[in-house]
Design a protein around this ligand. Structure first.
Ligand code: ATP
Length: 209
C-alpha cells in the first residue's frame, strides 16, 4: 500500500490541511492518508487545545473521506514525540515500508532541528507541499547536500526512495491554524476556512478565545 502520513498540531485543522491531503492522495495515487496529530508538540506550546479536542476536530473534518484515517499514536503517548520514533512505530504497526511523510514548506525548512533528521530521510520519503508564502529556493539550497529533490507536476505512482524529497504545489489555500486562532480572538468570522462541523465544535467548546 502507498500510505502518506500527515503530521501536525492541527490546532485547529483547517481547509488547507484537508485540501492538501486530498491533492496529495490524488497526485501521488495513494491508498491512504493518515493524519498524525501531535500529543505534546516539541516546538509549539502556545495556546494548544487539548489533544482530544484536536483529535475530535480532525475526525469531524475527515467525515466522508474514506481514504483518510487518524493515528492516535502520539496523542496517546503522554510525552513529547519525535517523528523518527513515531515512524519506526508506524512502520511496525502498519507492516508497511511504502510510507511518505507530508509536510508544508515551512515545517520542512526546520528539518535540521528534528531529532536524527539525517536518519529520518533514509527512513521515509518526504512530500513537501509548497505553501504560497514560502520560497522553496531556500529549502532547496539548505538541503541540497542531504536529499534529492524532485518537483512533481503530474499525477503518478512516484516511488518511495531513501533521501528523496518530492516537492508538490497543491492549489493554494492561504490559511493557517494561527490565522484561525487570531480571527477567533478578534471576533472575526472563520466560516469556510474550517469545515462547518469544526467551526461549530470550536464555538461549543469556546476554543481559542
Ligand atoms: P500554525 O499556524 O499554528 O503554525 P499550521 O496551519 O501551519 O499551524 P500545522 O498543524 O502546524 O498547521 O500544520 C501541519 C502541516 O500542514 C504542516 O506541515 C504545515 O506546513 C501544513 N500546512 C498548514 N497549513 C497549510 C496550508 N494552508 N496549505 C498546505 N499545507 C499546510
Amino acid at each position: 500500500m502507498r500510505i502518506a502520513i500527515f503530521g501536525g498540531t492541527f490546532n485547529p485543522v483547517h481547509i488547507g490541511h484537508i485540501r492538501g491531503a486530498i491533492s496529495v492522495y490524488e497526485t501521488f495515487k495513494l491508498d491512504k492518508v493518515i493524519f498524525l496529530p501531535t500529543g505534546i508538540p516539541p516546538h509549539k506550546k502556545d495556546n494548544v487545545a487539548n489533544a482530544e479536542y484536536r483529535y475530535t476536530m480532525l475526525k469531524l473534518a475527515i467525515e466522508g473521506l474514506k481514504f483518510c484515517e487518524i493515528s492516535r499514536l502520539e496523542i496517546d503517548s503522554n510525552r513529547v514525540n519525535y517523528t523518527i520514533d513515531t515512524i519506526g512505530e508506524l512502520k511496525k504497526e502498519l507492516k508497511e515500508d511504502n510510507l511518505f511523510f507530508v509536510v508544508g514548506t515551512d515545517a520542512f525548512y526546520y528539518l535540521n532541528l528534528w531529532k536524527d533528521y539525517k536518519r529520518l530521510v533514509d527512513e521515509i520519503t518526504f512530500i513537501v507541499i509548497r505553501r504560497p508564502e514560502y520560497d522553496t529556493k531556500i529549502i532547496l539550497n539548505k538541503y541540497a547536500e542531504l536529499v534529492d529533490f524532485e518537483e512533481i507536476h503530474e499525477n503518478g505512482k512516484y516511488p518511495t526512495q531513501k533521501r528523496k524529497v518530492y516537492i508538490y504545489t497543491p492549489p493554494a489555500f492561504d490559511v493557517s491554524s494561527s490565522m484561525i486562532r487570531r480571527k477567533i480572538r478578534n471576533g472575526e468570522c472563520i466560516k469556510y476556512l474550517v469545515p462547518e462541523k469544526v467551526e461549530n465544535f470550536i464555538k461549543e467548546k469556546r476554543l481559542y478565545q
